[in-house]
Design a protein. Structure first.
Length: 177
């Protein structure tokens, strides 16, 4: 009998983590969860998972540090980054740091499993004909500043040349989950 796949789920939304954990367990995975980078480090001292799902935004910090830690511990581990805060900047950074795939929320367990199986890019992927809107460009610029400042809103606002409260309002309108 083969060993079940062993998944670490790094997600700070308890309800979502619980739901995703149950879904993967029904598919035969052994699942452990962490809500932060610190919890992940503690788990990795005792466990050696072979798959990972990481939320991009963990509280006020970036899940990209988790991706980096996981990749350093297991260079062949499939790592899927999930986010409701998708942008070109974080997609590029996640892939550079070792993520295998990047999915926008909401994503199903089927989507995540399919991403685990994808080993190579798809050169036949359709190119979008839709140009970016001003709101999309603004959001990507804001997100790049947030990533560069490790999600420090005050510093990101300073780099963007806007008041911290203005940036906070924009972030409230665009849910970060």
């Amino acid at each position: 009998m083969t060993e079940p796949r062993f998944l670490v789920l790094v997600e700070d939304d308890e309800a979502f983590a619980r739901t995703l954990k149950r879904s993967f367990e029904r598919r035969g995975y052994r699942v452990i969860t962490a809500a932060s980078h610190e919890e992940l480090l503690t788990l990795l001292r005792e466990h050696k998972p072979d798959h990972a799902v990481v939320d991009l935004k963990l509280g006020g910090t970036s899940g990209l540090t988790c991706v980096q830690t996981l990749r350093a511990g297991n260079p062949t581990m499939p790592i899927v980054v999930l986010t409701g805060f998708a942008s070109i900047a974080t997609t590029v950074e996640a892939i550079k740091l070792g993520a295998s795939y990047y999915l926008a929320k909401p994503s199903s367990t089927d989507d995540i499993e399919a991403a685990f199986e994808r080993q190579e890019g798809n050169p036949a992927a359709p190119l979008s004909e839709r140009p970016s809107t001003i709101k999309t460009v603004e959001w990507e610029h804001i997100h790049a500043a947030l990533v560069a400042t490790d999600f420090n809103i005050s510093e990101a606002a300073r780099r963007l040349g806007m008041h911290r409260r203005t940036l906070a309002r924009k972030l409230e309108k665009r849910q970060l989950r």
